[in-house]
Design a protein around this ligand. Sequence first.
Ligand code: ATP
Ligand code: MG
Length: 370
Amino acid sequence: MAKILSKELKFGPYKVLGKAIATGGMAQVYKVENVDGEVFVAKTLLPQYLSDRRKKSRFLAEFDYLQKINSEIVVKPKEIIQEKGVCCLILEYIDGIELTKVIKKLAPLDTESSVHIILELCKALDECHEKGIFHRDLKPENILISKDGKVRLIDLGVVRHVETKRTLPGTVLGTLDYMAPEQIEGERKDVKNTVDLYALGIILYELFTKKLPIKFTSKDGIIDVYKKKKEKLPKIGKLENIDLEKICLELIQADPTERIQSVFDLEERLLKVTNKTKIKKGYKLFLEKYSETFYKASPLTKSKTIQTKKVEVVIQKEILVENQEENKTLFVVIGFLFLLSIFIIGGHFLKWWSLVDVFIYLKALVMNIK
Ligand SMILES: Nc1ncnc2c1ncn2[C@@H]1O[C@H](COP(=O)(O)OP(=O)(O)OP(=O)(O)O)[C@@H](O)[C@H]1O
Ligand SMILES: [Mg+2]
């Protein structure tokens, strides 16, 4: 889907750096660079959807949502590139790790860091919800922790997620983990801010325990998942802070009216049962562990990775140049043979020589060479 223009892979003026970072149901994400060497991300609509007007406009809607939000936590939009064969959103590049990977390697997190991450997300969601924007796809894959420890929220390609991922067999389970039951049911009137609060509850539970509160097997169909979500919830039972456990479980209530009703309320509740100074200290300690795990010898690793990416691109370019050189030689040889045969056949018709004579002459020439 990237275009090959004068030896480089490009989306409009943006040069593609290496292979796609991620491929989802609708889009592919690439790291790209503008003419000034600034790095961004290009989220490109998969080619099979380019002619689907409905999907395309939903895809582009993410850009409008992002433009409406000022929060530092939410990824910043740059521009839309639409040209033949390409439809992509250029977004700020966040140099960091998906929360999924952080959970896999470092969870259970200490209570302070878990609360800090949720509080940061609350800040972003506060503004989103106030503007009538419900994320609807909150999950650790869509939360990044930047190298400098900032919590960042991405992927506002919302409504289509609910629709597409519900109908794709085999891909539903991962996403359903964070989906509120009413969202699975598809009752649109119920799909509001409380679905994001539900997802926050699941994420908080996962941060605290490394586990998901409701487990599904690969045999579970969507109805089974829905039923399990409606069942009585397990207790965490490990936390010293019983109030935190209460908050977490209140967020994942099956009935949306029994949940904490707004991110503002959630922030207040969390701050009441924790200590701001302790949160700050706890998160600082977590960051040390985080950078130790993901960025050992941090500055060197950084420049090396960037260099490797660039080398990859240079190599790609060289292969293209080499291929072009080979193609050039082949082109010249074919061109020469083509002109020679026109000359010989033309000469025959103009009675300069007969084709039979030419054939005898060529045969003799070949025999002599041998
Ligand atoms: N701005 C960004 N900076 C760095 N990495 C990003 C950025 N945006 C996306 N990514 C990476 O690409 C992955 C996929 O991006 P995103 O979640 O936006 O699309 P998606 O889930 O594939 O979308 P869809 O579900 O519509 O197919 C993210 O999980 C993240 O790892
Ligand atoms: Mg995503």
